[in-house]
Design a protein around this ligand. Structure first.
Ligand code: PAF
Length: 278
């Protein structure tokens, strides 16, 4: 595995691969790698000749400085994992390399980025869209792998890919859960044993709402809020949204789409989602 820190080296490595008629798979990450990332790499490994993983903790997508400061950073261990998983190129750009001062350009993906996560984390999706745009520009044509756990991020990335005409195929990979159902996230490392019990309330809530058939979106929302409160999760939002536009369904509409929830457990922000209805 080659470890690259310069964008130019990365740009030429993937260009050389394509010249040699090799397909390129890109797995963008912020590090603190776990089994969820392993599943993205495995999907890329199965489908592409050259697998690229990027690790960059992108400050522009953090709306809270404590969250940025405490975001887990485990580069040495991450590099060992990438090697073990069969990654070909590990790209670890510095902040100066990625965002040389001053940065004046920002990518905003309209309405799709303004609700749900966009409400509690203003500017978050501008940061995500801007960094993903840069990763796509430098990496060049590829298949790019994103997890469904960040369901809104996936929709934002799909939209910007279409809007800006990138020659990138977005591949969505299913959520990976631990044995008790908790969706894997780098933030889980911050959960204490007791807050982990509360965190399990997110996936339990999704199972409950998926099992309750024939609900209206309003009733489904109530069920989710009650179930999250029972688990002592401080709910940020709990919505049934359309799969395509991610618009929350009206109270009287049938609860058919995606249940998306976000909540705080002991100050740690957790997300989860799952299908509801047909
Ligand atoms: O999902 C993530 O880890 C990040 O939001 C991403 C896509 C790597 C952009 O920084």
């Amino acid at each position: 595995m080659r470890i690259l820190t310069q964008l130019d080296e990365w740009r030429s490595a993937t260009a050389d691969a394509r010249l040699a008629r090799q397909s390129v798979g890109l797995v963008p990450t912020m590090g603190a790698l776990h089994e969820g990332h392993r599943s993205l790499v495995a999907a890329a490994r199965a489908e592409c000749d050259v697998v690229v993983v990027t690790i960059f903790v992108n400050p522009r997508q953090f709306s809270n400085s404590t969250d940025l400061a405490t975001y887990p950073r485990e580069l040495e261990h991450d590099a060992e994992l990438c090697d073990e998983w069969g990654v070909d190129l590990l790209v670890v750009p510095s902040l100066e390399e990625m965002w040389p001062d001053p940065v004046l350009t920002s990518v905003h993906v309209g309405a799709l980025s303004e609700h749900l996560e966009g409400v509690g984390r203003p500017g978050h999706f501008d940061g995500v869209a801007s960094v993903v745009t840069k990763l796509f520009v430098v990496n060049g044509p590829c298949r790019a792998y994103f997890g469904e756990k960040d369901f809104q991020q996936l929709a934002v990335v799909r939209q910007l890919t279409r809007d800006l005409g990138f020659d990138v195929t977005i591949v969505a990979c299913p959520i990976v859960r631990d044995e008790e159902g908790l969706a894997l996230s780098s933030r889980n490392a911050r959960l204490s044993a007791s807050s982990r019990d509360s965190a399990l309330g997110l996936s339990r809530t999704l199972r409950r709402v998926a099992a309750a058939s024939g609900l209206s979106a309003g009733a489904a929302r109530e069920l989710m809020v009650t179930s999250l409160a029972e688990a002592q999760v401080e709910t940020a939002y709990a919505e049934i949204v359309s799969n395509e536009t991610l618009t929350p369904l009206g109270d009287d509409e049938a609860a058919i789409g995606r249940a998306v929830i976000a909540g705080f457990v002991d100050g740690v922000r957790l997300l989860d989602n799952g299908p509801v209805g047909k």
